[in-house]
Design a protein around this ligand. Structure first.
Ligand SMILES: [Zn+2]
Length: 177
């Protein structure tokens, strides 16, 4: 049985590793709460595919040559060249993603699961981040503080649009390797 099938039950959300061309998509997958890693320059395809196998991740790429790797089978999804909205529509359909259910539960920078801000984090928070009835979150790894500012609102609006609109993707398809 392939590693991914063993590690993912029906209720386990899919996990991803995005190649270096898909940085923005990776960030939005994190914004939606999905465990998404970003491939750093210098890693070989073989290393990345092995990591996906070990960690039960899907490899998202735009490199069609990945098909030549035997290890890519059942792991790599080749996305077409398209804008972010189109790519989002494709992965949503492919993996049955919910862009809103667990939105803003991960650090956009390092993928860590956010915690409610503790007193130390609150003391560092900018004044306009402190609002009644709006909890503040903090990343346990990089200590960044997350609040519902303008950046949050922009990203949230995009997630809402992706979740609620049915995208026309007739001309674009992904290739499951
Ligand atoms: Zn962080």
């Amino acid at each position: 049985m392939p590693a991914i099938a063993q590690k993912q039950s029906v209720n386990t959300p899919p996990r991803f590793l995005c190649d270096e061309m898909l940085g923005r998509l990776c960030r939005y997958l994190r914004a939606a709460g999905y465990d998404a890693l970003f491939a750093r320059n210098g890693s070989s395809d073989a290393e990345l595919l092995q990591q996906c196998k070990d960690e039960g991740r899907h490899f998202l790429t735009q490199d069609t040559l990945i098909r030549e790797h035997k290890a890519a089978r059942g792991i790599a999804l080749i996305l077409p060249r398209g804008n972010l909205d189109q790519l989002a529509a494709i992965v949503k359909e492919q993996f049955k993603l919910d862009w809103l259910n667990h939105a803003f539960t991960r650090c956009l920078v390092d993928n860590s699961t956010l915690m409610l801000a503790d007193d130390t984090a609150l003391a560092r928070a900018p004044a306009d981040a402190l609002r009644p009835n709006e909890p503040l979150f903090c990343c346990p790894t990089c200590r960044r503080i997350y609040w519902r500012g303008s950046h949050y609102k922009r990203m949230h609006a995009k997630l809402v649009a992706w979740q609620t609109t049915r995208a026309d993707r007739a001309t674009l398809t992904a290739i499951q390797v």
